[in-house]
Ligand binder design. Structure first.
Ligand code: P53
Length: 478
């Protein structure tokens, strides 16, 4: 089993997002995005969202790793590893700086033309996320972000513009990155990064969340429909953060709690994207809670006409749910406690390391949706140490190897169609959650620290040669 090969057309590559690596936040007409007003946090300390850009604060995404001017060298390194694809996002604000303009910014469009040409030169297929935590800040100030129905129109205009422009360069698309992240509404993070929303104390969070999700789902569906008209060969997917919830014990109450967590955190989103309709538990929840949303007949029609072609997922960890409070648990809602799983290890950022959870997740998703799955994020955020100019990141190799092996089992033993694998942060970049540089994922080290100091010089880690061999051998040598 271990020595089996992956199919030769398997999409091995790496993944990043525009705001986390490009920098050049105000270059060539780019507008301010919601990522540009987030300060650096730290391990265990949230990032702050400021009202506009304040002169005395540090915003790590402004320069990031300056991929904007160094992408040619970086792509050369990806090509050296043998990447067959590269997942990145298009910064909405490079194309429509404010978001509601009639005409796009030609310089922004040109940047992505050049970037995609550079990838294609090496036979690397671009895999593009349309919205990855970086909507125009102006849309937040003027319209309240995705609280407003007009956002559908602005997003679709952006999507249509870039899909037409790059129709012969890009085949694989995803609409919204980790759209289900915003279901974790204990703090403003998910609401802000997904939808440009900061919840107010005097409003019903579930109503606001579900309205924003509804508008995004309609925007996504219209995009899928238009995309298929632009180029029938397009493969357009959704993107879900896959964090499977295990019941803490086999007590039936814990099983039900885990099931409900899966429904609200995952299936609610997946069902809308894949089936184009609201699942029964969501309709029941809305009725029970008296949640009334702005949903038109046309919206429901669009949802049905814009079902996705594949499911993109990120997978980093699993989670454990208890229906009652325990010593090690944190309350997330009435009757829902996230507990520590004693059977798995955790990273320095407290993310539970669970390779088998990937196989389990692929099975769950395929059994429900019968769609190809693209693992577009997986990786190990860790502190790296430079020793005599070398980085021996055996821990990262161990993590990735274990996950690739479980993915292989899902394909070979469970028969699941997995399209490809793009480990997250194939080059070190700014962490989305904490804004740190020192939470590193890369095969390529970037000389920059949490405070923004460093030469930005690139350096291959041990995992670089390891991953090269994985791709070269079609996953036979892990
Ligand atoms: P960072 C939380 C849980 C799962 C995935 O995350 C997450 C997050 C956000 O922190 O986000 C995805 O950088 C996301 C990427 C992000 C990556 O995972 O916090 O799509 O933008 O960088 C890793 O370590």
């Amino acid at each position: 089993m271990e020595s089996k090969k992956f199919p030769h057309d398997f999409l091995w590559g790496g993944a990043v997002a525009a705001h986390q690596l490009e920098g050049g936040y105000d270059k060539e007409g780019k507008g301010i995005s919601i990522a540009d007003v987030m300060t650096a946090g730290a391990n265990g300390k949230d990032r702050e969202i400021t009202k506009g850009i304040l002169p005395d604060r540090y915003y790590p995404n402004h320069e990031a790793i300056d991929f904007y001017s160094r992408y040619k060298g970086d792509i050369q390194l990806f090509a050296e590893m043998g990447f067959r694809c590269f997942r990145t996002s298009i910064a909405w604000t490079r194309v429509f700086p404010n978001g509601d303009e009639c005409e796009p910014n030609e310089k922004g469009l040109k940047f992505y033309d050049d970037l995609f040409d550079e990838l294609l030169k090496y036979g690397i297929e671009p895999v593009i996320t349309l919205s990855h935590f970086e909507m125009p800040y102006y849309l937040v100030e003027k319209y309240g972000g995705w609280r407003d129905r007009r956002l559908i129109r602005f997003f679709v205009k952006f999507a249509e513009t870039v899909m037409k422009r790059y129709k012969d360069k890009v085949k694989y698309w995803m609409t919204f990155n980790e759209i289900n992240n915003q279901s974790s509404v204990q703090n403003a993070w998910g609401g802000w990064t997904n939808s440009g929303i900061l919840y107010r104390e005097d409003e019903d969070v579930q109503t606001v969340l579900q309205q924003a999700v509804h508008y995004q789902m309609v925007a996504s569906a219209i995009t899928v429909k238009i995309g298929h008209e632009i180029n029938p060969d397009f493969q357009i997917g959704c993107m879900l953060a896959m964090v499977p919830f295990y019941a803490r014990t086999c007590r039936p109450q814990d099983e039900i709690a885990a099931q409900i967590a899966m429904e609200h955190r995952l299936y609610y989103y997946g069902d809308l994207h894949v089936f184009g309709e609201y699942p029964s538990f969501m309709k029941a929840f809305q009725k029970e809670r008296g949640i009334v949303l702005d949903i038109t007949k046309e919206d429901l029609q669009y949802l049905k006409e814009g079902c996705v072609d594949y499911i993109g997922i990120s997978y980093y960890m699993s989670s454990t749910i208890s229906s009652i409070e325990t010593d090690d648990s944190i309350k997330v809602a009435e009757g829902f406690y996230v507990a520590r799983n004693p059977y798995v290890e955790k990273s320095d950022w407290n993310w539970q390391i669970d390779p088998q959870g990937l196989r389990y997740s692929l099975n769950l998703l395929h059994q429900r949706y019968h769609k190809p799955i693209f693992v577009v994020e997986n990786g190990f955020g860790a502190y790296d140490k430079m020793e005599n100019g070398e980085i021996h990141d055996q821990y990262r190799i161990k993590y990735l190897k274990a996950h690739i092996l479980e993915m292989k089992k899902a394909m070979v033993l469970d028969g699941i169609p997995v399209m490809g694998y793009t480990p997250w942060g194939c080059i070190d970049l700014v962490s989305a959650g904490s804004g740190e540089m020192e939470k590193r994922y890369g095969f390529i080290y970037v000389d920059k620290d949490n405070l923004g100091n460093g030469t930005l010089e690139r350096k291959k880690k041990d995992s670089f040669a390891w991953y090269k061999k994985v791709i070269e051998s079609d996953g036979e040598i892990l």
